[in-house]
Design a protein around this ligand. Structure first.
Ligand code: AMP
Length: 225
């Protein structure tokens, strides 16, 4: 499946390439966000508006399953707006009592890696809200799998970030640097959708098409821009 999105000089399967670059219906979105609240009330406000937007659009939420920090705020808002909410939580956090008590359903899995894989299976697209290491790692893993065309079910899935108060601007700057230094192509930087507005972000993810470019940069291409 890994080559199916790439302009691999005739090695791919045209029908599959076609299907996997077209926009996918957004039935379920995986959201990654801080298990802390952040220092400003704006983070919780923006999290609530994303949860509400999911409910209003009839889009299911899959997330880490906890009541902690922004994750709990998101689940509460999505449930209140009528969204179907699935939590995938690992055994250790479940035993510590971190499971949100009111979500629609949950699954308990062995560890964080299995948990990410399961969230990825269920999701049509991924959104990161502000958060720390866990959030950033999850967004980058989802984007990496899209870049390689290696998600389960559908080779490439849309990835985005709700750019609350410019929180993700330094991430974009770092990725711009990676492009300028020849470590990634600009198409793979641009494919991570960013917007401060939940509805605009969901619209962009719903209309998203995977870039049909190979991940690797040959020496003759220089930088990836
Ligand atoms: P962080 O940004 O470091 O707070 O980590 C948040 C991300 O890591 C979330 O998107 C979760 O998927 C995962 N995570 C961290 N803490 C928890 C927790 N208590 N329960 C479930 N998932 C968690």
């Amino acid at each position: 499946m890994g080559d199916s999105l790439h302009d691999s000089g005739g090695r791919g399967h045209p029908a599959r390439v076609q299907a996997d670059v077209l926009p996918a219906p957004l039935r379920c979105v995986a959201v990654f966000c801080g298990s802390n609240f952040g220092s400003s009330p704006h983070y919780a406000e923006a999290t609530r508006s994303l949860g509400r937007a999911l409910g209003e659009r009839g889009i299911g939420l899959v997330y880490g399953g906890t009541h902690m920090g922004l994750m709990g705020v998101l689940a509460d808002a999505a449930l209140e707006a009528g969204a179907d909410v699935t939590g995938i939580i690992n055994r250790r956090l479940h035993e510590r009592g971190h499971l949100h008590a009111r979500i629609t359903r949950h699954e308990i899995v062995s560890d964080m890696r299995v948990r990410k894989a399961r969230m990825g299976e269920l999701a049509d697209a991924f959104i990161a809200l502000p958060g720390g290491l866990g959030t950033l790692e999850e967004l980058f893993e989802a984007a990496t799998l899209t870049q390689l065309g290696d998600h389960s079910g559908r080779a490439a899935k849309a990835c985005g970030a709700l750019n609350v108060g410019g929180f993700f601007d330094p991430m974009r700057a770092l990725l711009d640097r990676a492009v300028a230094e020849g470590f990634m192509k600009s198409a793979h930087n641009d494919m991570i959708v960013m917007s401060p507005d939940p509805h605009q972000l969901l619209d962009a993810l719903a209309g998203w098409q995977a870039p049909v470019v190979n991940k690797w940069i040959t020496p003759s291409q220089g930088t990836g821009s």
